[in-house]
Design a protein around this ligand. Sequence first.
Ligand code: ADP
Length: 395
Amino acid sequence: RRRMKRVRRIVDGLAQQCGTPTAKLWLLADAMVGDMHAALSSSDGGKSTLRMLHSPHSSLPIGNEEGLFYGMDFGDTHIRFVRVKLGGKYGRVLDKQSIDIPVPSKLMVGSSQVGKDVLLELNEALEKHGVAMRVSTLVNDAVGALVGGRYSSSDTVASVILGMGTNAGYIENAYAIPKWQGSLVKAEEMIINMEWGNFCSSHLPITEFDVCLDAEGPNRDEKVYEKLVSGMYLGDIVRRVLLKLAKETALLGNIIPPKLMIPFSLRTPDVASMHQDTSQDLELVGEKMKEFGVPDSSLMSREIVVEVCDIIARRSARLAAAGIVGILKKLGRDGTHQRSVVVVDGGLYEHYRLYRDYLHEAVKEMLHGKLSNNVIIKHDECGIGAALLPATHSM
Ligand code: ADP
């Protein structure tokens, strides 16, 4: 019983520190809006933690694009090739093919040719291999998702990436960008890549586990928001909590499972499968614990593992929701009857049902239930953003 008391003290303390009541989420959304304004007002970004990059070579599709187009999507682990045949205003997507090719592990750790123009390199490589094709545009994932979302629905106002990393893009009115006032701004709508992974605010719920992850992991003192939210880190935060429980309460037996001491050994998909284990005696959690060197975990310890996964995943989903509401507020769409679509892309959102539910629930909570009517948050199944950019250019 004494052990259980110690376990509860740690887990309850974690839940409290990771707490994201609606009022806190609004403080974060407002801080996000403040940083968006700051970065858009001054040419050096002022005090903003956001970059707010204008994507000058990207234009939004209007739906009448026509022809055969190709896109490549460079992920961290795979490259997706998309070939799409667009049939104009009435034909829309006539045909779509895509294949995923895993990036060979030797290339994942290889170094890039520092300072070389990627577009130039790509085109040189295509020419060298005799491929009669040229790459016209290179954009980041948030911009690609936004363009794809806009083709699917003209009400699309923003895109969010929730995969290995996190980022967001949105469509801004040129007149709302003070730093460009007076310069030649032709387009009324501009695509902004927020680079929101760097967002930082004193309102973010940061725990001792996050502090250690930041000190010991990659990109120290950077990417504060991304480290609380994205798929690259959730597994390792959970691992750090379980390690503390194993060390201080012997939750997982008398020895500390050696694998639990290895950074990034617990991955976010593991967290998702344990969190969503619906079997009565939490078999999946038991299996995972076995993999970590705990042959017979008790039901009570499995329940604690699920509780920890829930706390960390819920915090992430709710923080991502605050960011989304921040964008909607910046656009004046957090309380209107206008229909607003936010497209979300990335494995964390696509494959983790409870995560998605928490995110939707928090947005709804923040907007007092208006989500169901006016704000639609969804994955864009079409996924042709990268191929659409050359299409908008060819018009
Ligand atoms: P990338 O970010 O590399 O472009 P994805 O968008 O597919 O690729 O996202 C991959 C990330 O999504 C993984 O790093 C992982 O954190 C998360 N992920 C993948 N599958 C799952 C899953 N089943 N449950 C939860 N998270 C997942």
